[in-house]
Structure formats: structure tokens, C-alpha cells
Ligand binder design. Sequence first.
Ligand code: NIG
Ligand code: FE
Length: 405
Amino acid sequence: MKRTYWKHCHVATLRDGRYNTIEDAVIVTHGKQIEWVGPRGERPASGADECIDLNGAWVTPGLIDCHTHLVFGGNRSLEFEQRLQGVSYAEISAAGGGIKHTVRHTRDATEDALFASARKRLLALMRDGVTTVEIKSGYGLDLNSERKMLRVARRLGEALPVTVKTTCLAAHTVPSEFAGKADEYVNYVCSEILPTLAEERLVDAVDAFCETIAFSPAQVMRVLLRAQKLKLPVKLHAEQLSPLGGSSMAAELGALSADHLEYMTAEDAAAMGRAGTVAVLLPGAFHMLQETRRPPVDLLRRHGVDIAVASDLNPGTSPALSLRLMLNMACTLFGLTPEEALAGVTRNAAKALGMLDTHGTIEAGKTADFVAWEIERPAELAYWLGGELPSRTVRHGELRDLASV
Ligand code: NIG
Ligand code: FE
């Protein structure tokens, strides 16, 4: 196995969710792992096979986008225009548009067509320093179409130098063939979709949409309990448009995360703090829906809830192709500090995916996924509005070259 010294850099380790910087640092990688990180003067004597000069760059953990719906057919720019004219997301959904529009286009698309379009979106995220991404199903809503989406997600992780975690979101909305029969659809999800796709090893976690336009807390509870019986971790879209208490329920089940959370209460925050459930904030959806109620960041801080930030990349509420832009928006729209925002796409995003033991910080023993940014201060990651920031990404201990994929 190759041992590499990455020298002439400053490191924001993100250990414990703070920058925890090491100036004039050396990182030693051995194969796919970080073997040592520390100040240059203290580096170990063991010889390196290779020594790479990072030219004074700032190194952060590889970015982790812990909430995306990046596999889908079609797009919803027409709906965007309607919303700009005052039609609400809930009204569009009630008229058969919204998620159901994307379900029609996703069901109609071949697996190869879905792969080709998703690959381009994933590459955009990767150019921004993303080394791990979560991808949800949820636009299939029948066994074959959910399987098709999750197969595409798995293939993306095999075809591209990025780690993909899959989440089954079959309980995203009630498909039209089950209109008025939400409980029957939940039965189908629990008895057919989840066990079959889990058996096929296509599912790393299970999610649901707890909302008046989707599933009630009682229905969601059935889905999440079924997932737990299948030994799968759970997470939840909760409190996005109304306060239903889904985040408290998720916390009580020991969920990895509850996501969105604009309408969460103090009780929800307390429950999440007790359970160690991560709060995943999604400023892209907040912005696109012109939402005015902000997730209660102070409450989350007060209850010691770890905060993650993600793109929510999806065709309806967050066609966001830059995770760094989400860092900026998490600061300007939600009041996070740039340090909290960076922790939100590294350490805390890893925790939201159940991978904190191996990812999310720069520490000995962790996977060697990191980014060397040509910036003067870490806060620049939340400061520039999108665009390409010159950087080099290391994945599994090797420089990643996206020009050749
Ligand atoms: O996270 N909230 C539910 N699901 C997605 C939106 C999906 C869609 O509108 O297509 C979200 O915002
Ligand atoms: Fe989402």
C-alpha cells in the first residue's frame, strides 16, 4: 500500500464539529486511510512513497451531501413559473403536479436515461468537492420504479469516484393509483417494497415524508418501524410545511436525522437533542419555496442538536447543483456561522448518514477523503456564491481527476 505525505497545507480537521485547525500541517495517508495528521515539525519519521506539495492550500474533509433526490426524470421549471405567479407548492401538489409530475416522468424513463441525467448532476456536485452523497428514491412509488431509481444510485457509486449511500423514500407521496387509499399504499410499502429492495441490498436507509400533503405521523411510524425490523436505519422529512411532530417521533425511534424542520417546536428540538438525531437543514428548498419561517437554529443549539446542511437536490423545491452555495445560504438565510455550515457538510453530514466512524473529519484512522482549497481562510467556503473554486480533491488517498471520468 502506498504511503503519501501531503505537505505545505493548513488543515481544518472539523474534529468535534469545530474548525480545529492545524497550521503548516502534514497529512500522511496509507492506502485509503489517513494514518497521521499534525504539525509539520511533529511528523513521523516513516518514509513516504510519494510527497505532494499542496502549495499552502486549506484542507477540509471531503464534502458530504447527506440529502439529495438527484435521480429523476424531467424537470419542473414550469411549476417554478407557476409558483412565481403565486400558486403554492401545496396547491400544485393537490392538482396532481409537484412530486406526482416527477413520478410520471421517472416511471417513463429507462434506467439508462435516468443514469445519464443523474450522472451530470452528480458530477456538478463533485466538482464542488463532494466525495460522499446520499441519494433517495421516491419518484417511483411502485416496486419496479423504486428499484430502478435505487439501481441507478448504486451504479453511480460504481461508475464515479464518489461514495453513494442510498435511501428508500417509497413513502414520499401517495401515487395516483392509490388516491384516497394512503393506508393501503403504506401496507404495500411495508409488505412489498421495503422488504424486497432491502433483500436486494439496494437500501442503506429508509426515509418518509411526514406532511399534510403526504403521510400522517401514524402512517410514517408504520414505515419506520418496518424499516427497523429490517435492520435499516431511518430518517424523516419533517416539519417542512406544518408542525406535525414528526421530528419528535423520529427522535424517539432513534432516527439518524430529521430534515427540513422549519416548523419544529422546542419539544421537537429537545427530543432530537436527547436522541442524538441530526437536524438536516435545507436552505435550497426554503429559498425556492420563498418560505419565511426559518428553522429554529437557536433552539437546536440550545438543545445540543448537531446541525447538517444539504442540497436537497430535487426537481421541485431545490434544483441546487452546488453544495457550497448551500453553505452560503445556510449562513445568510438561517444564521449559521461559516464554521457551523462547514461542520454541516462534513462531520455532521457524516453523522446524519451513520458514517461518522469513518468519514466527516480529518483524523488518523478515517477514510482519506479531503479537499485542498486555494483559499486564504475556511470561511471563504461559505462566502463565494457558487462558481468553481480552484481545488484538488483526494478520495481514498488518491488525487481525483474528474476530467477522465
Ligand atoms: O425534500 N419535501 C419533500 N420532498 C422534496 C421535494 C420533492 C419534490 O417536490 O419533488 C424535498 O423538498
Ligand atoms: Fe428532500
